[in-house]
Design a protein around this ligand. Structure first.
Ligand code: GRF
Length: 220
């Protein structure tokens, strides 16, 4: 166990925006003997604030503008080359606003995680907080999952559930969901880095046990 813990897991993070989830990951690597090392942060937007957070933390950054490529496959091929130069064990999507090609997803099968601001399989895609409110849901939350070719559809690793309050707006809901994201994403990444989390044929495995369809559930 100790030997496993002492090995470092290099991670590449992909993002397009403000990168608060990246920040949570960075902060988590600074405490408690973390086996996670963020080797690089890559964005399709050179002006993403997440890149600044990475630079502030002394992490390597790269920008690769998708508009400079003809088509998804060409961009994804260049992205794979860029990522693989850092030889990561895990690739973490943290608000990366691109649909990934099947080839990309297959290349990183079993070592590609995403976080989504809803209790999947509910509300795949965008505007999840608005949709949860419109539906009158009493619970909402966020999900970490392995990425497969089905958009927001891969096996779930962990979900955090929060109650929806009567006075909630999409903004207030988003804020509380974000707090949960910042807890469960570093947790899932750490599980992977410790060798506890893997993608099996039937779904996500934690400590060798098949997780429930919802993943590990955290209720608030
Ligand atoms: C998060 O809500 C995440 O669930 C989604 O994109 C957003 C990224 O937020 N995939 P941030 O850039 O980490 O603040």
């Amino acid at each position: 166990m100790q030997e496993r813990m002492s090995q470092t897991c290099d991670v590449v993070v992909l993002l397009s925006g403000t990168g608060s989830n990246l920040q949570a990951l960075i902060d988590s690597t600074r405490t408690g003997n973390s086996p996670v090392r963020i080797a690089a942060v890559i964005s399709n937007r050179a002006d993403a604030y997440g890149l600044q957070r990475a630079r502030d933390a002394g992490i390597d950054t790269r920008a690769l503008d998708h508009k400079a490529f003809e088509g998804r496959e060409a961009f994804d091929a260049a992205l794979i080359e860029l990522i693989d130069a850092f030889n990561p064990k895990l690739v973490v999507l943290a608000g990366f606003m691109r649909i990934l090609s099947a080839g990309f997803v297959r290349h990183y099968q079993g070592r590609l995680l995403n976080i989504h601001p809803s209790l999947l399989p509910k509300y795949k895609g965008l505007h999840t907080h608005e949709r949860a409110l419109e539906a009158g849901d009493t619970e909402h939350g966020c999900s970490v999952h392995f990425v497969t070719e089905e958009l927001d559809g891969g096996p779930l690793v962990v979900q955090a559930v929060i109650p929806v309050e009567l006075q909630d707006s999409p903004q207030s809901l988003a804020q509380r969901v974000h707090v949960q994201e910042h807890l469960i994403y570093p947790m899932a990444v750490r599980w992977f880095a410790e060798g506890r989390l893997a993608l099996g044929e039937q779904g996500a495995l934690l400590d060798g046990q098949l997780l429930a369809a919802s993943g590990h559930l955290i209720r608030n």
